[in-house]
Design a protein around this ligand. Structure first.
Ligand code: PLP
Length: 397
C-alpha cells in the first residue's frame, strides 16, 4: 500500500515514472471506436494489405521444418547478414553483422532499448513536436527529459537545425528525428538534414534516426541520416519491416549503430526479450531477399490514395499540407473552431469516420487530425464524403 498525493491510501503502488506517462492518445480513441458499428477507420497507422504471400510462406515453411527454438540474442546470423547486405546495397553503408546490428521486436523495442542504453536520469533528448506517440514516454520511462522542438506547418513540419541548437544544453544526449514523419508525412532534404548533422557533430550529441518509413516516399529521395558526412559513428539508425512489407503484426525491426551502443542495447534486450520470434525473423530474411517488388507495388498504391485524399481534404475545406512520405495526411481543422480531440470524437459519433486528434502527437499537433490513407480507395472516398457533410455542418469561417 502507498498513498497518493492527497494522502489517500492506494491499493497498489505504481511507480512515479509509470504515473508520469499517459495512455496513448491513439489507443484511448480506438477503444471508443470499437464500440461503434460501421466505422471507416483512417485511424491506426498500418497497411491494409496482408503481408505478401511469399513472405508468409517462408514463415509457414520454417514452422513445418520445426524452426521453433530461440535464436541468438542479436538475431539470426543469416538475417543480420542479409540486413548488412541490404544497408550496403541501399545506402552504401557498412555495418558489421556481428557487432553493429541488433534485431528487435519492432522499432518500438529498439526505441526503448536505445533510451535505456544511453540515458541517465535528468538527461535530455530533443525531438520534434508533433512526433510519434512513443518517443516522449520512452524517454520519460528512463528518467530522462524530452525537449520538444516545434516542427510547425509554416516550416513544412520540419525541425530546424537552428531550433535544435537553441535547445541543446549540457544535459542533451541525443536528437531523435524521424523523416518521413508520423503524423505529418513530412520529409526533409539531404541539405537540411546535413545542417542538423553539423549541429550534432559540433555538440557531440548522438542522433537517433527512426527511418521506419524510408521506403514510403513519393517523388523524392530518402536520405539515410547515417550517410551524411561523418555521421555513421554518431547515428543510431532504426528501421523496420512493419510498414514497408505490411508486417505490423510480426513485430520485427532493427537497430544499426556503433558497436558499443549495440552491445549496451543487446544487454537490455537479452534480459527482457531474449530474441525476436523465430518465424518473424525467417519472414524478415525473405522480405529483405525478395520483398522489393511487393513493396514497390504497395507504395504505388499508397501514392494513388495519397493524391486522392489530399485533394479531397482540400476540396472539402480542410487545408492539407502535401505529405511526401509515410501514409498520413495531416489536414488543419482550425476553421471548424473545434479542438482536434473534439473534432475526432464528433466526427466518429456523427459520421462514423475515425481519425486521430493531432494533439495525441504533441501540443503542436493541436488544430490538425491525422488521416491514415493505408486503406482502400473506396473507403477513402466514402470517408471524404462523410467528412464533407460534417465540415459543412460545423464550419465557422
Ligand atoms: C515513426 C514510427 N516509429 C516506430 C513505429 C513502431 O513500429 P514497429 O511496428 O516497428 O514497432 C511506428 C508505428 O506506427 C512509427 O510510426
Amino acid at each position: 500500500m502507498s498513498t497518493n498525493p492527497k494522502g489517500k491510501r492506494r491499493k497498489y503502488h505504481i511507480s512515479q515514472r509509470a504515473n508520469q506517462i499517459s495512455p496513448s492518445g491513439i489507443r484511448k480513441f480506438f477503444d471508443l471506436l470499437a464500440s461503434i458499428e460501421g466505422v471507416i477507420s483512417l485511424g491506426v497507422g498500418e497497411p491494409d494489405f496482408a503481408t505478401p504471400w511469399h513472405i508468409r510462406e517462408a514463415a509457414i515453411s520454417s514452422l513445418e521444418k520445426g524452426y521453433t527454438m530461440y535464436t541468438s540474442n542479436l538475431g539470426m546470423p543469416e538475417l543480420r547478414q542479409e540486413l548488412s547486405r541490404y544497408l550496403k546495397d541501399t545506402y552504401n553503408l557498412e555495418y558489421d553483422p556481428d557487432s553493429e546490428l541488433l534485431i528487435t521486436v519492432g522499432v518500438s523495442e529498439a526505441l526503448d532499448l536505445v533510451m535505456r542504453a544511453i540515458l541517465d536520469p535528468g538527461d535530455e533528448v530533443i525531438m520534434p513536436d508533433p512526433c510519434y506517440v512513443s518517443y516522449n514516454p520512452c524517454v520519460v520511462l528512463t528518467g530522462g527529459t524530452p525537449v520538444m522542438i516545434p516542427a510547425n506547418e509554416e516550416n513544412n513540419f520540419e525541425i530546424s537545425a537552428a531550433d535544435i541548437e537553441a535547445g541543446i544544453t549540457s544535459q542533451t544526449k541525443a536528437i531523435l528525428i524521424s523523416y518521413p514523419a508520423n503524423p505529418t508525412g513530412a520529409v526533409m532534404t539531404r541539405d537540411k538534414l546535413a545542417q542538423i548533422a553539423e549541429v550534432a557533430r559540433r555538440h557531440q550529441v548522438l542522433v537517433i534516426s527512426d527511418e521506419i518509413y524510408a521506403k514510403l516516399v513519393y517523388g523524392v529521395e530518402h536520405t539515410c541520416f547515417a550517410t551524411l558526412p561523418e555521421m555513421k559513428e554518431h547515428t543510431i539508425l532504426l528501421g523496420g519491416f512493419s510498414k514497408t512489407y505490411a508486417m505490423t503484426g510480426w513485430r520485427i525491426g532493427y537497430a544499426a549503430a556503433p558497436k558499443e551502443i549495440i552491445a549496451s542495447m543487446t544487454k537490455i534486450h537479452q534480459y527482457t526479450m531474449m530474441c525476436v520470434s523465430t518465424m518473424a525473423q525467417v519472414a524478415a530474411i525473405e522480405a529483405l531477399k525478395s520483398g522489393e517488388d511487393s513493396a514497390t507495388e504497395m507504395v504505388k498504391e499508397y501514392n494513388r490514395r495519397r493524391l486522392i485524399i489530399v485533394k479531397g481534404l482540400n476540396d472539402i475545406g480542410l487545408p492539407c499540407f502535401e505529405p511526401k512520405g509515410a501514409f498520413y495526411a495531416f489536414p488543419s481543422i482550425k476553421n471548424t473552431g473545434m479542438t482536434s480531440e473534439e473534432f475526432a470524437e464528433r466526427l466518429l459519433v456523427e459520421e462514423k469516420v475515425a481519425v486521430v486528434p493531432g494533439s495525441a502527437f504533441g501540443q503542436c499537433g493541436e488544430g490538425y487530425v491525422r488521416c491514415c490513407y493505408a486503406t482502400s480507395l473506396a473507403e477513402i472516398e466514402e470517408a471524404l464524403s462523410r467528412m464533407k457533410r460534417f465540415v459543412v455542418k460545423h464550419r465557422t469561417v
